[in-house]
Design a protein around this ligand. Structure first.
Ligand code: 5GP
Length: 199
């Protein structure tokens, strides 16, 4: 059976990456979400094992020591990390594994797995991003400035990604991401097995 590939999707807060990925998984069963581990508290509606594996700091550190995390980072005071098991389970089912991680984690994945495909989702403009953060109505003005500054730092890393997708229209952005997945699956470097059949 064909083994899946690694995909990384990153975007600053407010760019709609969760919505895009939810739509993507409705439209394809060739890719699955590699559930990360985190020490942050669950938000309303988040389910352990589905959105994240919610761990204590001790549990997380034990996993690091046992080399059960492919990469991890500390973001806003909490650990976040990709579990090797989450990724391997998907790859062994022949599915592509999608990692929804921040920029430094993405760079570490690329270093460790040069064939990983990195996708960065951009807002249509800085103004549009600020408007989206404001329209959520959940953030104070200080928080909006902080998130916008964080977004500017994150977008600097976009130059190291393989694909850029602008989330102006949701359904178009999902189409774009599906197109990236499809094209990547067809790359010769991911299909050497196929060529062997024709020897
Ligand atoms: P949130 O707390 O909003 O769910 O996530 C905060 C940030 O951590 C997001 O940018 C998210 O993509 C990133 N993140 C989630 N899981 C991981 C992970 O396993 N590794 C890394 N490096 N970042 C992650």
């Amino acid at each position: 059976m064909r083994k899946g590939s690694l995909f990384v999707v990153s975007a600053p807060a407010g760019c709609g990456k969760d919505t895009i990925l939810n739509e993507l998984f409705k439209r394809t069963d060739k890719a699955g979400y590699a559930v990360s581990a985190t020490t942050r508290a669950p938000r309303e509606g988040e389910v352990n094992g589905v959105h994240y594996h919610f761990l204590t700091r001790e549990e997380f550190e034990r996993k690091i020591a046992k080399k059960e995390v492919l990469e991890y980072t500390e973001y806003c005071g909490n650990y976040y990390g990709t579990l090797s098991k989450s990724v391997n389970d998907l790859l062994e089912q022949g599915k592509d594994a999608v990692l929804k991680i921040e920029v430094e984690g993405a760079m570490n994945i690329k270093k460790a797995f040069p064939k990983a495909c990195l996708v960065f989702i951009l807002p249509p403009s800085w103004e549009a991003l600020e408007k989206r953060l404001r329209d959520r109505g959940t953030e104070t003005e200080d928080k909006i400035v902080e998130r916008t500054n964080q977004a500017r730092r994150e977008v600097e890393f976009a130059a190291n990604y393989d694909y850029l997708i602008v989330n102006d229209d949701l359904s178009e952005a999902v189409d774009d991401l599906l197109a990236v997945f499809r094209a990547e699956r067809l790359r010769r470097v991911r299909n050497d097995e196929l060529l062997k059949r024709f020897k």
